[in-house]
Ligand binder design. Structure first.
Ligand code: F3S
Length: 406
């Protein structure tokens, strides 16, 4: 790889052990993927934060990097941790786990990484601009950054994202290059869509079709007339989960779509397929005992809707509301938090129902997130029920009038 004098100095250890290690990781990655050089990044999002996923080996690596003088050179935030950093005890997290999780966050803080733990960094000030090169790790956020914002990132692993933060660089390959951002398959959606669950079901139906083609896809999607930020974040999470998609173009909605003509090969997604995707995630054979909203983390608009639905009501099931801490702080100021907590629902800030260590505590999860359904089943062995946002709230309230998709 062609390295600048500054990058060579980092690799030679002139800027400390951790920076050398970080540059070694990036050079190795660049060699594997045939990158000609590095590119400066303006923003980083680091994954591998939950102690539940990281374990002792990961913790030791982070401590060594902090000890070795690692220091973030660009704005960097974290993916969700395994617990609400301030309110873990009320959410049933045990003290040993909490101590280990705090040990994970300390070296990140020492390295100058903003310890806001969220998969929606774009809602809390880590918002790159169109065309900027960045290094993000969380798959839903990567898909959102590439597709909805038009920034450029590969899906980084925990170590490579950290390395990008400590050097301000990433190898120039993959989605950083124009040629890999061109769509290679057209998709026509033959259905009206509404809400996060519907968009998540589309992500599952389409993701599985793309997976079946057996190669990396950049779909060019037509037929979606409008989509809110919340619907797009749900779609990004789902299509990344079920189809491994890190970039799509959506005609009339995403910023790069206008540059391209739809490719020749066309897939069609019908209403029946979207409904089948919803039904496939409805695996709960008995009552739901856990409801969670906020995968990806909730926007302030979603929290406002939640407060509206919960005003003066009492939930009858464990109900987690997952969000970034700065978004929750805005909700505090707006009075939404008070209304939501008065209903018995609990904020689980900094974390989510997938990365928290909840295995064995619940049987069946209701959520509006197709991604949460996938990982709750795979990671925690939960049965699932995919509902609309409002239906999930009704489920938590114990109301029975929800419309089933059967
Ligand atoms: Fe975020 Fe957790 Fe879902 S990290 S995208 S809320 S699985």
């Amino acid at each position: 790889m062609n390295l600048t004098p500054e990058e060579q100095a980092m690799l030679a250890g002139e800027e400390g052990w951790a920076t050398r290690k970080a540059m070694e990781i990036l050079v190795a990655l660049g060699r594997i993927y045939g990158a000609a050089r590095m590119v400066p990044v303006t923003s980083v999002q680091v994954a591998g934060v939950s102690y539940d996923n990281l374990g002792e080996a990961g913790l030791d690596f982070l401590k060594a990097m902090a000890e070795g003088g690692g220091r973030a050179r660009v704005l960097a935030t974290l993916n969700p941790a395994g617990m609400d950093v301030e309110n873990w005890a009320a959410l049933g997290i045990d003290a040993d786990f909490a101590a280990r999780q705090e040990e994970v966050l300390a070296p990140f803080a020492r390295m100058g990484i903003v310890t806001t733990c969220t998969c929606t960094p774009y809602l809390v000030g880590n918002l790159p601009r169109y065309g900027e090169h960045i290094a993000w790790a969380e798959s839903s956020a990567v898909c959102y950054a590439n597709s909805v914002i038009g920034a450029r990132t590969n899906r980084e692993g925990g170590p490579s994202a950290l390395a990008a933060a400590l050097t301000g660089r990433t190898p120039l390959y993959g989605y950083h290059l124009d040629e890999n951002r061109r769509p290679d398959v057209a998709v026509r959606v033959e259905s009206k869509l509404q809400g996060s669950a519907d968009m998540g079901a589309l992500g599952r139906a389409l993701g599985q079709k793309l997976e079946a083609r057996g190669r990396r896809a950049v779909p060019y999607i037509t037929g979606v007339e409008a989509a809110s930020l919340e619907e797009l974040k749900s779609f990004c999470a789902s299509i990344a989960t079920y189809g491994g998609v890190a970039l799509f173009h959506m005609a009339g909605i995403t910023p790069e779509a206008a540059q391209f003509a739809p490719p020749g090969e066309t897939l069609v997604v019908t209403r029946a397929e979207i409904d089948a995707a919803r039904q496939a995630l409805d695996t709960a054979s008995g009552p739901v005992d856990f409801v969670s909203l906020g995968c990806p983390h909730l926007s302030l608009r979603e929290i406002a809707r939640l407060a509206e639905l919960l005003e003066g009501r009492r939930v009858r099931k464990t109900f987690w509301i997952t969000a970034a801490r700065p978004v929750k702080e805005m909700a505090d100021r707006m009075g939404y938090t008070q209304v939501i907590e008065a209903s018995g629902a609990q904020f689980a800030v900094d974390t989510c129902c997938v990365v928290a260590p909840i295995r064995g505590r619940f049987t069946a999860l209701a959520t509006d997130s197709a991604k949460a359904c996938y990982y709750a089943a795979a990671k925690h062995g939960l049965q699932t029920r995919l509902l609309s946002f409002d239906e999930a709230v009704q489920e938590a309230l114990g109301d029975t009038q929800r419309e089933r998709h059967e």
